[in-house]
Structures are given as C-alpha cells and as structure tokens.
Design a protein around this ligand. Structure first.
Ligand code: FES
Length: 256
C-alpha cells in the first residue's frame, strides 16, 4: 500500500468525530419520557460518556500475563488496515503484574489499526510502517511519535473492567405513534456502518435489561432482534407491553 492511499483513508476517517453509544427512553404512566445522550470525540464538559463493562472471564487471554484482546463495534476485516466502519477498536492489555491497560487502536503515525499486543513481536507492532508500542501503549520504536490513546477505566479487582469512552455517546429519539393506548413506539437513531444494534427493555430502573423484538415498519411483524447499520438514519418500532418502561438502543461489541 502506498503512503498516499494510507493518508487519504486516514483523513477520511478523521472526519468521523460524531459517534454514539447507548441511550434510553422510557414510558411513564403511559407517557413518553426520553433522554438523549450525546457526546463527541472531543469531550464536552457535562456530557455523558459511553460506559461499558467487560467480563474478563469472557476473554481467557485477559486472565493471564501479557494477554491482549481487541474489541470493537465494527469489523476490521477489509483489504486496508482501517476499520470497516466509523469506529476504531479498543485494545485491552494485561502485563505480567496483572495490571490492565485500555488503549485506542488507532496508530499515532498514520492511523492504521494496530493489532493486539504480542510479546513475541516485542509489543504492539503496527503493520503499516513498523511502529512498536509497549503493553502500556508507550512508543518503543517510531515512526509514531506519541503513545496510543488511553481510556479511563476501573477494575473491580475481580472480574469486571468498566471502561469509559468519551466519544461513544448516543443520540436517539422516540415517538409514540398515533392510535391509542397500545400504539407502537418508534425509535429513531443513526445506524453506523457495520454496527449491530439491539433494542432492550426494562420495566423499572432496577430491573435487568432484556432484549426486545422490534419491527422495521410501522405495522410490520415485531420479529427482529438485531439490526445492522449502513450509515443512514433508521427507525424501529416496538410494541408497548406495559404502561411504564424503559427502552435502550445498544451497539454490540465483538472481538475484532
Ligand atoms: S500507521 Fe504508520 S506505523 Fe502505524
């Protein structure tokens, strides 16, 4: 790959500053209440951030020294070293003392996606021009001149990492369709390319979220549980089963 093609792809992706993660809306006593959660890659004071939890036991590599896992919202499987969508993956590394590091996979040289940490390679070795980063994201060898971005997180000392991503907030809106007490609710949001979305429901704040089925047309069958985004606005339709309840739109994280 030529340097030019890498640079132009990287520039294109750098325009994607407005990205999303999780939001909720609710029906209280049959009336719609909605909360829009919105954030940008440049954190705005007072704006919520995307927060998600990782169970270490779901990723055996993270239970051992020098373990490393790359997770993301969209795949990284295309012919070029960039995400197949709007989001760079997150890299979770563990050192030999059991300390974790949560890093951004965007190489600080020309924005290729870096692979997981590999001790045999000497660290996180960017395939594009050879930059090498240590387990904590610091630069061992250039051309990258600055460390990988790091995310704030908490480890509960047992099995859970709670990770904060300032630029993964989510904007959605919800509308009760006309038609009486049992009319459907339409939920609108932007479907990022190659991101899988799910709708969740819970009746009260303390309840666990349960996956909700939805339709993709106002009167179509409510039989879908996932929706693959394609870079356009989407609407889904849920039935109202109870007078009170909360709906959330979630983006699915996967190992990439
Ligand atoms: S993009 Fe050049 S070394 Fe990573």
């Amino acid at each position: 790959m030529s340097r030019q093609s890498i640079t132009s792809s990287a520039t294109r992706r750098k325009f994607l500053k407005f990205v999303t993660f999780g939001a909720a809306t609710s029906i209280i006593s049959g009336k719609l209440w909605r909360r829009e959660v919105l954030a940008y890659c440049e954190p705005i004071p007072g704006q919520p951030e995307g927060v998600f939890k990782i169970r270490l036991s779901d990723y055996p590599a993270l239970l051992q020294s020098w373990g490393s896992v790359r997770i993301g919202l969209n795949p990284v499987t295309g012919g070029d070293p960039f995400p197949d969508g709007d989001f760079y993956p997150i890299l979770i590394n563990r050192d030999d003392a059991g300390k974790f590091y949560v890093l951004d996979c965007e190489c600080r040289h020309q924005s290729c996606v870096v692979p997981p940490f590999n001790l045999a390679d000497g660290g996180v070795h960017c395939q594009c021009h050879g930059s090498l980063y240590w387990v904590d994201g610091s630069v061992l060898n250039g051309p990258a001149a600055s460390p990988l971005g790091a995310y704030q997180f908490e480890f509960d000392g047992n099995n859970t990492l709670t990770i904060h991503i300032p630029c993964w907030a989510f904007q959605m809106s919800a509308t009760v369709l006309p038609g009486g007490a049992n009319s459907r609710i339409r939920i609108d949001f932007y479907g990022n390319t190659n991101v899988t979305y799910e709708i969740s429901f819970r009746q009260q704040v303390g309840d666990a979220w349960a996956r909700a089925s939805f339709a993709t047309t106002p009167s179509g069958p409510v039989n879908q549980t996932t929706l693959l985004g394609s870079g356009v606005d989407v609407s889904v339709y849920v039935n109202r089963a109870t007078a009170n309840g909360y709906y959330a739109v979630g983006m699915k994280l996967a190992r990439v």
